[in-house]
Design a protein around this ligand. Structure first.
Ligand code: NAP
Length: 485
């Protein structure tokens, strides 16, 4: 078993968190959480199923009225305390994240701060849930709108940002007055369970936040069919998002879906190439290419292709791949052997169809490491054009006109993040408006923060996280019509 080297070992929690209590699976079973850098066992976590999930939903339903009845300021205070605790424990939370997920420690600690920012933001927004006075329909009537919490929310999150994807949901849900049952990804449950421990320390009442891990289908089946659950917020693949949407139709739950992407990164002929390289390196190789907003397709104007590729190869070759806990590492291992094999299939497909491979820095021994590389001569027929790569592979396509670049960028069922680089203001407006994406980075490769609405269009999902819009997903609108006036 790994020596976790935590300042506060109590943050390494391995049981389910139900109704404010750390709970074993009913039959005592557990599953292993391994370190992708070396395959070592990090922890054995309670393997829960339908019964434990039911208990968690019952706890959330029982806690709901009192939590919703608190004043926004009281709920804000708990969230503020949670934010402070996250930042006070940033080192340990970052270490747990690197151990189970693989990303470099600097990035992991950055994710803790990023995740905590959502908690701070929604602590502030909790106090700004306003109603409206509508236009009066007749002289004797008045219509007022109030906004109320949706109710119990189920939150299902992926492994690529095991802290931030969860806080981005828990924080607005709690701010709005909802209670929650969370199911983190099986590869990375420890970051989520550490958040439960901090919720406990922040004095958040029992039942308001519950976390169960284990049998994916059994937990998902209960969360999507139980009538007490009024909303599902899911972050993960489009395939699973569609399936869960179908499962929720029986009880017609409110849905937020943060799904897959296929981000284009367009470099026009007037772009500042050095700025574009900075942006593409951050957007392509962060988290070893395993983010939903990762650059998937680099589209470069043919006149600047050679100069751009030369700079891209130099920057890629300068990356250091290694164990995320070691100093100076830019890329850790991928999350699993399966993830590494999938990336290799993408590369093999591209090579078979004529792409040229430029291999980047070598990797240490270890089954989950994937070598960063650039693919030139990429074409639309390759899988890297149409599917989410989720690894450190940068395919370069070329175009001749703005229209061609926009058509290529939009030629996908996804619509999450997109990026482009140009110095021409008129072109910036035209292209930004023409891109069919929920988010556009203009001369910028990092687009996600708590102040900006995050989310996709087309098959990348529905709903928005972050910003004041993030609260809307957890609030119902109710109209009150007063008569006899
Ligand atoms: P995934 O396979 O869809 O899994 C996501 C979550 O769904 C995990 O907790 C998983 O649990 C759970 N799940 C899978 N099948 C389920 C079922 N039948 N019932 C209930 N839950 C189920 O996605 P992933 O590989 O973890 O994450 C990568 C994907 O997430 C990529 O497509 C990426 O683009 C997307 N993503 C999107 C955003 C966004 O904001 N748009 C952000 C981050 C990631 P198990 O782990 O137990 O299987």
């Amino acid at each position: 078993m790994t020596d976790h080297k935590l300042s506060d070992p109590a943050l390494l929690c391995t049981k389910a968190y139900i109704n404010g209590k750390w709970t074993d699976a009913a039959d005592g079973s557990t599953f292993n959480v391994d370190n992708p850098a070396n395959g070592e066992l990090i922890a054995e976590v309670a393997y829960c199923g339908e019964a434990e999930t039911k208990a968690a939903i019952e706890a959330a339903e029982a806690a709901r009225p009192a939590w919703a009845a608190k004043t926004p300021k009281e709920r804000a205070k708990h969230l503020r305390d949670l934010f402070n605790l996250m930042m006070a424990n940033q080192d340990d939370l970052g270490r747990i994240l690197t151990l189970e997920q693989g990303k470099p420690l600097v990035e992991a600690k950055g994710e803790i701060a990023y995740g905590a920012n959502y908690v701070e933001w929604f602590a502030e927004e909790a106090k700004r849930v306003y109603g409206e006075v509508m236009t009066q329909p007749s002289p004797d009537k008045r219509v007022v709108v109030i906004r109320q919490p949706v109710g119990v929310a189920a939150l299902i999150t992926p492994w690529n940002f095991p802290n931030a994807m969860l806080t981005r949901k828990i924080a607005p849900a709690l701010a709005a007055g909802c209670t929650v049952v969370c199911k983190p990804a099986s590869e990375t449950p420890l970051s989520a369970l550490a958040i439960a421990e901090l919720c406990d320390r922040a004095g958040i009442p029992p039942g308001v936040v519950n976390i169960v891990c284990g049998n994916t289908r059994a937990i998902g089946g209960e969360l999507t069919s139980n009538p007490s659950v009024k909303k599902l917020s899911f972050t993960g693949s489009t395939e699973v998002g569609k399936m869960l949407t179908e499962q929720c139709s029986g009880t017609l739950k409110r849905l937020s879906m943060e799904l897959g992407g296929n981000a284009p990164f367009i470099i026009f002929d007037d772009a500042d190439l050095d700025l574009a390289i900075k942006g593409v390196m951050a957007s392509k190789f962060r988290n070893a290419g395993q983010t939903c907003v990762c650059t998937n397709r680099i589209l470069v104007h043919e006149d600047v292709k050679d100069a751009f590729v030369e700079k891209l190869l130099a920057a890629t070759n300068a990356l250091k791949v290694g164990n995320g806990l070691d100093d100076g590492v830019d890329l850790g291992p991928l999350v699993s052997v399966k993830a590494r094999k999938t990336v290799e299939e993408f590369v093999a497909d591209a090579v078979e169809k004529g792409a040229k491979v430029h291999e980047g820095p070598s990797t240490p021994n270890g089954e989950c490491y994937s070598r960063p590389l650039v693919l030139t001569e990429a074409t639309r027929e390759m899988r890297v054009f149409s599917e989410e790569i989720f690894g450190p592979v940068a395919p370069v396509f070329t175009f001749k006109t703005d229209e061609e670049a926009i058509a290529m960028a939009n030629d996908t069922e996804f619509g999450l993040a997109s990026y482009f680089y140009s110095k021409d203001v008129a072109r910036c407006w035209r292209v930004a408006e023409a891109l069919e994406y929920g988010m556009v980075g203009i001369n910028e490769g990092i687009i996600s923060n708590e102040m900006a609405p995050f989310g996709g269009v087309k098959e990348s999902g529905q709903g928005r996280e972050g910003s004041h819009h993030g609260l809307d997903d957890y609030l119902e609108i109710k109209s009150l019509t007063f008569g006899g006036i």
